[in-house]
Design a protein around this ligand. Structure first.
Ligand code: 3IX
Length: 230
């Protein structure tokens, strides 16, 4: 199933070129998405290189000017639509522009998760220095973002897809970057439009680093739209 989510900004101001979604240029959705994924990965590599660079000042100035040219080329060809929201056969929402999982979003890790036979969400991941908060450790907000997402996926595969109402975290041990880690999440229960899930980021041997519980609420408007679509 694929859903095109309408852009409220574009609906209100269809001629605007000021929104992050953009309103001019060719649509990239569905055409050359493999190329777009490669571009996004190149930008991730660029960000890592910027964080780690020891280049002298004049070299940095020159590279910045070259990058500005490329940024302008891309900006001149903005998409007219959002990336479509699709659901895989397991019921996990997939969206190439998502901030956590989006293959076409350089900001995304990107996290690749699976649904296990017992309906647990499981993702192997490795943070990078770009995610640093305290020295040598991953920023707690970055861990929270990953956990928000896998808990959201756990309730989604259980049929309770929703917006995060609350997310409670316990930071047990520092989270290292540059090492293999595992994020897991399970659906716990539902009451009406509310669903709860729990999860964790752990070392491969299961040692927990961050634990999370979350409440997800299916917005009234989603329920109405989904009921209306049947
Ligand atoms: C068209 C179809 C679209 C289908 C889309 C399908 C899937 C979407 C895709 C992905 C989702 C799935 C997986 C993705 C993975 C990751 C998830 C990341 C999610 C986020 O990154 S998300 C961003 C942060 N999140 C927000 O931005 C929320 C802002 N907020 C709101 O959008 C509304 O506020 C909302 C929707 C929460 C409720 O609005 P509403 O109008 O539907 O419901 P209402 O207010 O009536 O509340 C009903 C009952 O929930 C209680 N309640 C309300 N809010 C609460 C809260 N915060 N804490 C505790 N309880 C709360 C009330 O007290 C009442 O409780 P009671 O029934 O007991 O009285």
């Amino acid at each position: 199933m694929t859903i095109e989510l309408a852009s409220a900004e574009n609906a209100e101001n269809p001629g605007s070129t000021g929104s992050a979604e953009g309103t001019t240029g060719a649509s990239a959705a569905g055409e050359g998405s493999a190329a777009l994924d490669l571009l996004a990965q190149q930008v991730r590599d660029l960000v890592d290189a910027v964080v780690l660079t020891g280049a002298p000042q004049d070299e940095i100035v020159e590279i910045t000017a070259e990058l500005a040219v490329l940024t302008d080329r891309l900006r001149a060809l903005r998409r007219t639509s959002r990336h479509p929201l699709a659901f895989d056969p397991e019921g996990v929402p997939r969206h190439a522009g998502n901030a956590v999982t989006g293959s076409a979003n350089p900001y995304a890790l990107p996290l690749v998760s699976q649904v296990t036979p017992d309906r647990t969400i499981r993702a192997e991941l490795s943070f990078r220095q770009v995610h640093e908060g305290p020295p040598t450790s991953v920023h707690g907000g970055v861990s929270a973002m990953i956990l928000d997402h896998v808990l959201g996926q756990a309730v989604a595969v259980a049929g309770g897809a929703g917006m995060t109402g609350t997310l409670t975290l316990r930071y047990v041990r520092r989270v290292p970057y540059g090492e293999p880690l595992v994020a897991t999440a399970e659906y716990v229960r539902s009451e009406g439009r509310k669903s709860w899930a729990e999860g964790r980021i752990a070392l491969p041997d299961g040692t927990p680093l961050v634990e999370a519980t979350g409440l997800f609420i299916t917005p009234r408007v989603w329920k109405e739209e989904m009921t209306g679509a049947q």
